[in-house]
Ligand binder design. Structure first.
Ligand code: T4K
Length: 375
């Protein structure tokens, strides 16, 4: 799309799924039609689980219908009750997955440089009721995994990562989704690796994987025995087939995203009051998000810039504003007190995620940069 082709009515969106030519998908559909296996762990599902485990360099992957149900199931499989320490700066699904399990989220503040929860605050939030830690690698920026690991071991707590944003991200040369006892990935349409809707759990232990698989399929242990209150969290064959095709394109898509990110970084480098959150040096990102902070030195506030871009046909998003701790079902929790979450509140007021996706043209990025330079 050229800059002149988009308008407030036909905008550039914050992301756009990358779809391969339809003809490339047809052979996969033919195989499904021939097998008549549509779901319940069929051949496409098996192939995608193995292919993802290999791509990510992890022991086990369990596919799900979406990331939220995957997270709900992970917590159930680990028998988590009581309280879980987590972040308020995330998509609402993180806290909802706890609440669906009857677990109380305990929010701790974030590090404004990464937008991830501060490991040094976790210990102060642990009580006799704490049963796990649920950090989020926000925008695919790694949490302080060593710090979190050390605290978790000291207190005997499992770590469940919401790794929804991390597909393809590496940290010190290994997949970031390998961190923790379980990590959840999202394959939603807005993600760099998508199966329309979809998600997965990365698991290191075969026993835990089979518990997860059972819970994903209503709790069936075999044809007649149901030994747990499971759910229907299965991914269909059509989604898994699409995933196989997407997997063959994902490296190229990530490279394109990273080139766009580099163009933004170069263009915005000298803009007073605007700062980009850089990918930490030890990790290689997937370019799924390009978050900037619009600080007090910028000539207008974040919401004014959001509106200015919107009028020019550019739809940015304020991920993650409002904070989850400000939502009606969470704001009465003691840990949701804004006085305890000063960084999260400040970042939520300043954050703006700029459009980024493989098909975004350099001309459009140039135009977005120009508007931000001279609003
Ligand atoms: N944890 C975290 C940290 C997450 O970020 C998420 C999901 C989850 C857990 C839960 O995972 P899932 O259960 O979803 O697998 C979007 C997504 O719906 C959501 O998946 C995602 N996080 C969140 C960060 O973003 P919205 O409300 O921004 O979506 P929407 O529909 O406004 O889409 C944004 C833009 O993308 C649209 O303006 C246009 C474009 N788009 C979107 C869709 C759905 C397309 O071009 N095609 C599409 O099909 O939440």
């Amino acid at each position: 799309m050229n800059p002149e082709d988009y308008t407030a009515d036909r905008p550039i969106t914050v992301t756009q799924p990358s779809l391969p030519p339809l003809a490339e998908f047809l052979p996969y559909l033919e195989q499904i039609w021939a097998s008549r296996i549509l779901t319940n762990g069929g051949p496409m599902h098996q192939r995608l689980e193995s292919a993802l485990a290999e791509y990510l360099g992890v022991s086990h992957v369990a596919l799900f219908c979406n990331g939220t149900i995957a997270l709900v199931t992970a917590l159930k499989a680990l028998g988590i009750q009581g309280e879980v320490v987590t972040t308020p700066f995330t998509f609402v699904a993180t806290a909802h997955a706890l609440q669906w399990n009857g677990v109380r989220p305990v929010f701790v503040d974030i590090d404004p440089r990464t937008c991830n929860m501060r490991a040094d605050l976790i210990e102060g939030a642990i009580t006799g009721e704490t049963r796990a830690i649920l950090p989020v690698h926000c925008y695919g920026y790694p949490c302080d995994v060593d710090g979190i690991d050390a605290i978790a071991s000291r207190h005997g707590l499992p770590v469940i990562y919401d790794a929804a944003h991390t597909f393809g991200v590496t940290h010190r040369g290994v997949s970031l989704s390998a961190a923790g006892d379980i990590a959840m990935l999202s394959f939603h349409a807005t993600k760099v690796f998508s199966t329309f809707e979809g998600g997965a759990l990365v698991i290191h232990d075969a026993g835990l994987k089979s518990r997860v698989e059972r819970l994903r399929n209503f709790g069936f242990a075999d044809e007649t025995v149901v030994d747990a209150v499971g759910i229907n969290g299965k991914m269909s064959e059509i989604q898994a087939a699409f995933g196989l095709l997407q997997l063959s394109k994902v490296r190229e898509n990530i490279e394109r995203n990273l080139r766009i990110a580099a163009q933004y970084s170069q263009g915005l480098a000298g803009v007073r009051g605007v700062s980009h959150l850089p990918q930490p040096a030890e990790s290689v990102g997937n370019g799924s998000y390009y978050p900037i902070r619009v600080g007090p030195d910028y000539p207008m506030r974040r919401d004014q810039l959001y509106e200015r871009l919107r009028q020019a046909g550019i739809r940015t998003r304020r991920y993650f504003y409002p904070l989850v701790s400000e939502m009606p079902m969470y704001r009465s929790l003691p840990s949701a007190d804004p006085a305890r979450l000063p960084n999260a509140h400040r970042v939520a007021e300043e954050i703006l995620c700029l459009p980024i996706y493989p098909a975004l043209s350099t001309d459009v990025v140039t135009r977005i940069v120009e508007i931000i330079q001279s609003p």
